[in-house]
Design a binder for this molecule. Structure first.
Ligand SMILES: Nc1ncnc2c1ncn2[C@@H]1O[C@H](COP(=O)(O)OP(=O)(O)OP(=O)(O)O)[C@@H](O)[C@H]1O
Ligand SMILES: Nc1ccn([C@@H]2O[C@H](COP(=O)(O)O)[C@@H](O)[C@H]2O)c(=O)n1
Length: 208
Protein backbone atom coordinates (compact mmCIF):
# COMPACT_ATOMS: atom_id res chain seq x y z
CA UNK A 1 0.00 0.00 0.00
CA UNK A 2 1.37 3.44 -0.95
CA UNK A 3 0.25 6.35 1.23
CA UNK A 4 0.93 9.87 -0.09
CA UNK A 5 0.90 12.72 2.42
CA UNK A 6 1.24 16.23 0.98
CA UNK A 7 0.78 19.71 2.36
CA UNK A 8 2.43 23.05 3.06
CA UNK A 9 5.25 23.75 5.52
CA UNK A 10 4.58 22.86 9.16
CA UNK A 11 1.05 21.61 8.46
CA UNK A 12 1.84 18.44 10.41
CA UNK A 13 2.25 16.13 7.42
CA UNK A 14 5.57 14.70 8.65
CA UNK A 15 4.10 13.91 12.08
CA UNK A 16 1.14 12.21 10.41
CA UNK A 17 3.25 10.36 7.83
CA UNK A 18 5.55 8.94 10.53
CA UNK A 19 2.55 7.82 12.59
CA UNK A 20 0.94 6.16 9.55
CA UNK A 21 4.20 4.38 8.80
CA UNK A 22 4.32 3.07 12.37
CA UNK A 23 0.66 2.06 12.32
CA UNK A 24 0.85 0.16 9.02
CA UNK A 25 4.45 -1.07 9.48
CA UNK A 26 5.60 0.67 6.30
CA UNK A 27 8.88 2.44 5.51
CA UNK A 28 8.68 6.25 5.47
CA UNK A 29 10.44 8.88 3.36
CA UNK A 30 10.43 12.59 4.21
CA UNK A 31 11.03 13.90 0.68
CA UNK A 32 11.54 17.47 1.92
CA UNK A 33 14.83 16.30 3.42
CA UNK A 34 16.16 15.55 -0.10
CA UNK A 35 15.51 19.14 -1.21
CA UNK A 36 16.95 20.41 2.07
CA UNK A 37 20.11 18.34 1.43
CA UNK A 38 20.43 19.92 -2.03
CA UNK A 39 19.99 23.37 -0.45
CA UNK A 40 22.60 22.72 2.24
CA UNK A 41 25.04 21.43 -0.38
CA UNK A 42 24.49 24.51 -2.58
CA UNK A 43 25.32 26.65 0.44
CA UNK A 44 28.35 24.61 1.48
CA UNK A 45 29.77 24.70 -2.05
CA UNK A 46 29.01 28.44 -2.32
CA UNK A 47 26.87 27.88 -5.42
CA UNK A 48 24.02 30.10 -6.62
CA UNK A 49 20.61 28.56 -5.66
CA UNK A 50 18.85 30.63 -8.33
CA UNK A 51 21.00 29.06 -11.08
CA UNK A 52 19.53 25.74 -12.20
CA UNK A 53 22.92 24.24 -13.22
CA UNK A 54 24.39 25.07 -9.79
CA UNK A 55 21.44 23.51 -7.98
CA UNK A 56 21.58 20.40 -10.20
CA UNK A 57 25.28 19.95 -9.35
CA UNK A 58 24.28 19.81 -5.67
CA UNK A 59 21.79 16.95 -6.28
CA UNK A 60 24.72 14.57 -6.11
CA UNK A 61 25.00 15.33 -2.38
CA UNK A 62 26.84 13.20 0.19
CA UNK A 63 24.29 10.79 1.78
CA UNK A 64 25.63 11.71 5.23
CA UNK A 65 24.12 15.17 4.69
CA UNK A 66 20.67 13.64 5.26
CA UNK A 67 21.56 12.97 8.91
CA UNK A 68 22.59 16.59 9.60
CA UNK A 69 20.16 18.10 12.19
CA UNK A 70 20.95 21.54 10.68
CA UNK A 71 18.82 20.56 7.67
CA UNK A 72 15.75 21.34 9.82
CA UNK A 73 16.73 25.00 10.20
CA UNK A 74 14.33 27.60 8.87
CA UNK A 75 16.84 29.17 6.45
CA UNK A 76 17.58 25.75 4.90
CA UNK A 77 13.82 25.29 4.33
CA UNK A 78 13.69 28.64 2.51
CA UNK A 79 16.67 27.75 0.35
CA UNK A 80 15.14 24.32 -0.33
CA UNK A 81 12.06 25.97 -1.74
CA UNK A 82 14.28 28.01 -4.12
CA UNK A 83 16.24 25.02 -5.45
CA UNK A 84 13.13 22.80 -5.63
CA UNK A 85 11.51 25.14 -8.16
CA UNK A 86 14.09 24.14 -10.82
CA UNK A 87 12.61 21.42 -13.08
CA UNK A 88 16.01 19.72 -13.50
CA UNK A 89 16.47 19.47 -9.74
CA UNK A 90 13.08 17.77 -9.46
CA UNK A 91 14.02 15.47 -12.35
CA UNK A 92 17.31 14.54 -10.62
CA UNK A 93 15.47 13.45 -7.45
CA UNK A 94 12.48 11.83 -9.17
CA UNK A 95 13.59 8.20 -9.64
CA UNK A 96 14.90 7.87 -6.09
CA UNK A 97 11.48 8.87 -4.72
CA UNK A 98 9.52 6.76 -7.21
CA UNK A 99 11.65 3.71 -6.35
CA UNK A 100 11.03 4.25 -2.64
CA UNK A 101 7.28 4.63 -3.18
CA UNK A 102 7.00 1.55 -5.37
CA UNK A 103 9.09 -0.86 -3.28
CA UNK A 104 7.52 -4.21 -2.46
CA UNK A 105 4.97 -3.93 0.35
CA UNK A 106 4.46 -0.20 -0.11
CA UNK A 107 5.58 2.95 1.69
CA UNK A 108 4.52 6.25 3.19
CA UNK A 109 5.99 9.42 1.66
CA UNK A 110 5.40 13.02 2.62
CA UNK A 111 6.13 16.13 0.58
CA UNK A 112 4.47 18.45 -1.90
CA UNK A 113 3.98 16.34 -5.04
CA UNK A 114 3.67 12.77 -3.80
CA UNK A 115 0.02 12.32 -4.79
CA UNK A 116 0.39 14.24 -8.05
CA UNK A 117 3.82 13.24 -9.45
CA UNK A 118 5.73 10.66 -7.39
CA UNK A 119 2.90 8.20 -6.76
CA UNK A 120 -0.29 9.23 -8.59
CA UNK A 121 -1.26 5.56 -8.14
CA UNK A 122 -1.13 5.76 -4.31
CA UNK A 123 -4.01 3.96 -2.63
CA UNK A 124 -4.51 6.75 -0.10
CA UNK A 125 -3.67 10.42 -0.61
CA UNK A 126 -3.94 12.94 2.18
CA UNK A 127 -3.52 16.68 1.78
CA UNK A 128 -2.77 18.13 5.21
CA UNK A 129 -3.56 21.78 5.90
CA UNK A 130 -3.56 24.28 8.77
CA UNK A 131 -3.81 28.08 8.80
CA UNK A 132 -0.53 29.97 8.27
CA UNK A 133 -0.66 31.49 11.77
CA UNK A 134 -1.18 28.13 13.47
CA UNK A 135 1.62 26.59 11.39
CA UNK A 136 3.90 29.49 12.34
CA UNK A 137 3.06 29.06 16.05
CA UNK A 138 3.89 25.35 15.89
CA UNK A 139 7.11 25.85 13.93
CA UNK A 140 8.18 28.76 16.15
CA UNK A 141 7.69 26.62 19.29
CA UNK A 142 9.64 23.77 17.69
CA UNK A 143 12.55 26.04 16.68
CA UNK A 144 12.61 27.69 20.14
CA UNK A 145 12.84 24.23 21.74
CA UNK A 146 15.86 23.57 19.57
CA UNK A 147 17.55 26.75 20.83
CA UNK A 148 16.76 29.04 17.89
CA UNK A 149 16.11 32.74 18.61
CA UNK A 150 14.19 33.38 15.37
CA UNK A 151 11.07 35.52 15.99
CA UNK A 152 7.47 34.40 15.45
CA UNK A 153 7.01 37.18 12.86
CA UNK A 154 10.02 35.93 10.90
CA UNK A 155 8.73 32.34 10.97
CA UNK A 156 5.29 33.48 9.76
CA UNK A 157 6.85 35.57 6.96
CA UNK A 158 9.01 32.59 5.92
CA UNK A 159 6.00 30.25 5.88
CA UNK A 160 4.00 32.68 3.73
CA UNK A 161 6.94 33.14 1.33
CA UNK A 162 7.46 29.37 1.07
CA UNK A 163 3.71 28.75 0.50
CA UNK A 164 3.73 31.30 -2.32
CA UNK A 165 6.89 29.90 -3.97
CA UNK A 166 5.85 26.24 -3.63
CA UNK A 167 2.32 26.85 -4.93
CA UNK A 168 3.16 29.12 -7.85
CA UNK A 169 6.12 27.29 -9.43
CA UNK A 170 5.50 25.66 -12.80
CA UNK A 171 7.17 22.32 -11.96
CA UNK A 172 5.11 20.12 -9.63
CA UNK A 173 3.43 22.94 -7.69
CA UNK A 174 1.93 22.34 -4.27
CA UNK A 175 -1.70 21.43 -5.08
CA UNK A 176 -3.93 18.67 -3.72
CA UNK A 177 -4.35 15.72 -6.09
CA UNK A 178 -7.90 15.58 -7.46
CA UNK A 179 -8.50 12.40 -5.45
CA UNK A 180 -6.80 13.53 -2.20
CA UNK A 181 -8.67 13.61 1.11
CA UNK A 182 -8.25 17.00 2.81
CA UNK A 183 -7.24 16.98 6.46
CA UNK A 184 -7.22 20.34 8.28
CA UNK A 185 -5.22 20.01 11.50
CA UNK A 186 -5.67 23.65 12.63
CA UNK A 187 -7.88 22.74 15.57
CA UNK A 188 -6.87 19.12 16.05
CA UNK A 189 -4.34 17.79 18.56
CA UNK A 190 -1.52 15.61 17.21
CA UNK A 191 -3.35 12.51 18.47
CA UNK A 192 -6.66 13.59 16.87
CA UNK A 193 -4.89 14.39 13.56
CA UNK A 194 -3.32 10.93 13.50
CA UNK A 195 -6.63 9.22 14.33
CA UNK A 196 -8.34 11.15 11.51
CA UNK A 197 -5.54 10.27 9.08
CA UNK A 198 -5.86 6.55 9.91
CA UNK A 199 -9.64 6.77 9.41
CA UNK A 200 -9.12 8.41 6.00
CA UNK A 201 -6.65 5.70 4.94
CA UNK A 202 -9.01 2.98 6.15
CA UNK A 203 -11.79 4.53 4.03
CA UNK A 204 -9.61 3.98 0.94
CA UNK A 205 -8.65 0.38 1.77
CA UNK A 206 -10.48 -2.36 -0.09
CA UNK A 207 -12.92 -4.22 2.19
CA UNK A 208 -12.67 -7.89 2.99
N1 LIG B 1 -2.04 18.72 15.24
C1 LIG B 1 -0.99 19.32 15.78
N2 LIG B 1 -1.13 20.08 16.88
C2 LIG B 1 -0.06 20.72 17.43
N3 LIG B 1 1.20 20.63 16.96
C3 LIG B 1 1.40 19.88 15.88
C4 LIG B 1 0.34 19.19 15.22
N4 LIG B 1 0.85 18.52 14.17
C5 LIG B 1 2.16 18.78 14.17
N5 LIG B 1 2.50 19.59 15.19
C6 LIG B 1 3.84 20.14 15.48
O1 LIG B 1 4.05 21.14 14.49
C7 LIG B 1 5.39 21.13 14.04
C8 LIG B 1 5.40 20.89 12.51
O2 LIG B 1 4.93 19.57 12.27
P1 LIG B 1 5.58 18.66 11.16
O3 LIG B 1 7.08 18.70 11.24
O4 LIG B 1 4.90 17.35 11.20
O5 LIG B 1 5.12 19.49 9.86
P2 LIG B 1 5.53 19.28 8.36
O6 LIG B 1 4.31 19.63 7.57
O7 LIG B 1 6.10 17.92 8.15
O8 LIG B 1 6.65 20.40 8.20
P3 LIG B 1 7.78 20.58 7.06
O9 LIG B 1 7.10 20.77 5.77
O10 LIG B 1 8.49 21.82 7.42
O11 LIG B 1 8.64 19.34 7.09
C9 LIG B 1 6.11 20.04 14.84
O12 LIG B 1 6.72 20.66 15.94
C10 LIG B 1 4.96 19.13 15.31
O13 LIG B 1 5.24 18.48 16.52
N1 LIG C 1 8.09 16.63 -2.40
C1 LIG C 1 8.65 17.81 -2.07
C2 LIG C 1 9.15 18.05 -0.79
C3 LIG C 1 9.71 19.27 -0.52
N2 LIG C 1 9.80 20.21 -1.48
C4 LIG C 1 10.48 21.49 -1.26
O1 LIG C 1 11.39 21.43 -0.18
C5 LIG C 1 11.10 22.44 0.78
C6 LIG C 1 11.37 21.86 2.15
O2 LIG C 1 10.44 20.82 2.39
P1 LIG C 1 9.90 20.44 3.87
O3 LIG C 1 8.80 19.44 3.63
O4 LIG C 1 11.05 19.85 4.60
O5 LIG C 1 9.40 21.68 4.50
C7 LIG C 1 9.63 22.82 0.53
O6 LIG C 1 9.33 24.16 0.89
C8 LIG C 1 9.50 22.62 -0.97
O7 LIG C 1 9.92 23.75 -1.68
C9 LIG C 1 9.27 19.96 -2.72
O8 LIG C 1 9.29 20.84 -3.60
N3 LIG C 1 8.71 18.77 -3.00
Amino acid sequence: MIIAVDGPAASGKGTIAKALARHYHLPHLDTGLLYRAVAATVRRMELDPEKEADAVAACDFDELTLADPGLRDDDVGQLASVVSAHPLVRAALLQRQKRFAHQEGGAVLDGRDIGTVIAPDALAKLFVRATPTIRAQRRHAELKNRGSTVSYDQVLADIRARDERDSSRSAAPLVPAADAALLDTSFLSIEASIAKAIALVEARRPRG
